[in-house]
Design a protein around this ligand. Structure first.
Ligand code: SAM
Length: 295
């Protein structure tokens, strides 16, 4: 996909939402991702650097190469990392993941968060990425799945508003329900030892940080952002939309609850496969045990 096809857009509000999302969910999503010092990690589709700052903080001594197809987002990513982690070892590239400017088997680990959901052919993306991963290196993929959202009070209008986002993303070539497909996608792309951990975020009045950071500022804000497109496409009427959004906000008020599941997959590139069209003659020894496959 191109930068312009990105369903959430590249507004300042979206940049804020991505940062809020990453900060709120850092513990949930990054727990277990610990790369050995000295390893080379490629962050795919780094966006505004919302995950990069957490990768940097959790992995001292790691060389991170971060890239995105959107120049504006990259500039924001540089600024965010400079502000949060001055002197961090991060190299930035503007690149399309389907046309990577890196040699085969350059990286020990790949980190891909909330990118596949926007791509028309995620299996091909994973296979293409495998070219730059050294044999035995790992890939970590994190995605959400809007079908996993349930809440109290339940509301058909709120589900209808969420469904607008799912349909718009599908029309743009993406898939907002991709979390449940990570295992088969990675296996089909040729990776080995695929392990997927569902990671649920649950917010109620006893967890005000999650209510604010996730229910309101991440999930509901994301659905709200597609209002104009949903109405213009005739997916829903204005009254139904307003009721759905009001009901989503209701789940963040007293007595409301909200649950959503992310899927985190870790997989290993095989020693020599179709992932690597032309494997290098000399490969480094694999030491997967040093990388914690999280539990
Ligand atoms: C939802 S954002 C996620 C950003 C970041 N990974 C995060 O979790 O905050 C998706 C990002 O993928 C990027 N992207 C989409 N298609 C891409 C491609 N073909 N090559 C590189 N980046 C791409 C978009 O520009 C966008 O910044």
């Amino acid at each position: 996909m191109t930068a312009t096809g990105y369903v959430h857009g590249y507004s300042g509000r979206e940049a804020y939402r991505l940062g809020d999302q990453a900060d709120t969910l850092a513990e949930l999503l990054h727990a277990g991702t610990a790369y050995p010092a000295g390893s080379r990690v490629l962050e795919v589709g780094c966006g505004v650097g919302a995950q990069t700052v957490h990768l940097v903080a959790a992995n001292p001594g790691v060389h991170i190469v971060a890239f995105d197809v959107a120049e504006d987002s990259l500039a924001q990513a540089r600024a965010r990392v400079a502000a949060h982690a001055p002197g961090a070892d991060v190299e930035w590239h503007r690149a399309d993941l389907f046309d990577l400017p890196f040699a085969d088997a350059t990286f020990d680990h790949l980190f891909v968060c909330f990118v596949l959901e926007h791509l028309p052919d995620p299996r091909r993306a994973l296979a293409v990425l495998g070219r730059v991963l050294r044999p035995g290196g790992t890939i970590t993929v994190i995605e959400g799945d809007h079908g996993s959202a349930f809440f109290h009070p339940d509301s058909a209008d709120a589900h209808a508003a969420i469904d607008c986002q799912v349909r718009l993303q599908s029309a743009a070539g993406g898939n907002a329900l991709i979390g449940r497909q990570l295992q088969p996608l990675l296996a089909a792309a040729g990776y080995h030892d695929v392990v997927v951990h569902p990671r649920a975020v649950y917010a109620d009045g006893s967890r005000p940080g999650l209510v604010e950071g996730f229910t309101r500022n991440t999930f509901t804000a994301m659905i709200e952002s597609v209002r104009d497109d949903a109405l213009a496409a005739g997916l829903i009427g204005e009254g139904g939309w307003d009721r759905g959004i009001a009901d989503l906000h209701r789940t963040a008020q007293a007595g409301g609850t909200f649950c959503y599941t992310f899927f985190k997959a870790v997989a290993v590139a095989p020693p020599s496969t179709r992932l690597l069209a032309d494997p290098p003659a000399q490969t480094r020894m694999t030491d997967v045990s040093r990388f914690r496959l999280d539990g």
